[in-house]
Design a binder for this molecule. Structure first.
Ligand code: ADE
Length: 261
């Protein structure tokens, strides 16, 4: 149940030492739309507000030595307890960390089906392991190291919010379907018909919707074969499309080998 069908809005809590980072999420784009429509209850808590010393200390040296600092468990744990007050059973308590499971559309849609999401932004060399033990998910947004979990939390909040029923129109769900087929998007064009001496493909001006759909699907397969062959191997394709995909993958592989030599 959510606001779209008469229930309470989806709730996201962000726990961070940089609360100002999330001001734009509420003020612009999909975050603003969802909040204004009453479909999203978005809360940001400053982890330093849960410290008890004059310096508002959130980090400490690692046991066992080594470089960097570790986020202390007590302030984070108190911030989590507050965010989890009266939390529904299916609440997801997520830590953003480069050690996590890599975020993708399936995980975004899985998170969007819960009622509440608590996103904990790590910093320094990470959080005390005893915080990871109480989380439901450790999530990474890719194989690179950010200075903190805030950009990753913003990515997850955006990807989940746009999936909440009623937030975006049909365009979003259609885009969703194409991604769920395991293919990248086909190329899009708008006016003017000629730009930088490059014309829009004739088929898109033909008015023949069957031909347009076929062209778009082929273009999606071509883009996926060139850029993300890993996705193509798992994509939902007909027999003819599988043959096209295999031909493309074979040709691109040859091209890559030639480029290397
Ligand atoms: N914190 C630092 N790097 C990160 C990443 N790649 N994903 C999620 N959180 C992070």
């Amino acid at each position: 149940m959510n606001q779209a069908d008469g229930g309470s809005p989806y709730r996201i809590d962000i726990l961070t030492i940089f609360p100002g980072y999330f001001a734009d999420f509420c003020a612009e784009g999909v975050g603003r739309i969802a909040i204004e429509k009453g479909l999203l209850d978005f809360n940001v808590s400053d982890i330093r507000d849960f410290t008890r010393d004059a310096h508002r200390t959130v980090d400490d040296y690692p046991f066992g030595g080594g470089p960097g600092m570790v986020m202390k468990p007590e302030p984070v744990s108190l911030a989590i307890a507050k965010a989890m007050t009266e939390a529904p059973k299916d609440t997801r308590l997520v830590i953003l960390t480069p050690r996590g499971k890599v975020f993708d559309q399936t995980l975004a849609s899985d998170l969007s089906r819960a009622k509440r999401l608590v996103l904990v932004c790590g910093h320094y060399e990470g959080l005390d392991e005893r915080i990871h033990e109480i989380a439901t998910d450790d999530i990474s947004i890719g194989d690179y190291v950010l200075s903190g979990g805030e950009p990753a939390a913003a990515v997850v909040a955006d990807a989940v919010t746009r999936l909440l029923p009623g937030v975006l129109g049909d365009a979003a769900s259609l885009l969703e379907e194409s991604f769920e087929d395991g293919l990248l998007e086909y190329p899009q064009y708008t006016r003017p018909q000629i730009f930088n001496e490059r014309a829009v493909p004739d088929v898109l001006l033909s008015g023949n919707h069957g031909k347009i759909s076929r062209w778009r699907r082929d273009q999606a397969i071509i883009a996926t074969a060139r850029r993300r062959p890993d996705l193509l191997r798992r994509a939902n394709l007909t027999k003819e499309e599988t043959q096209l995909a295999e031909r493309l993958l074979h040709d691109y592989e040859k091209e890559r080998r030639r480029d290397k030599d």
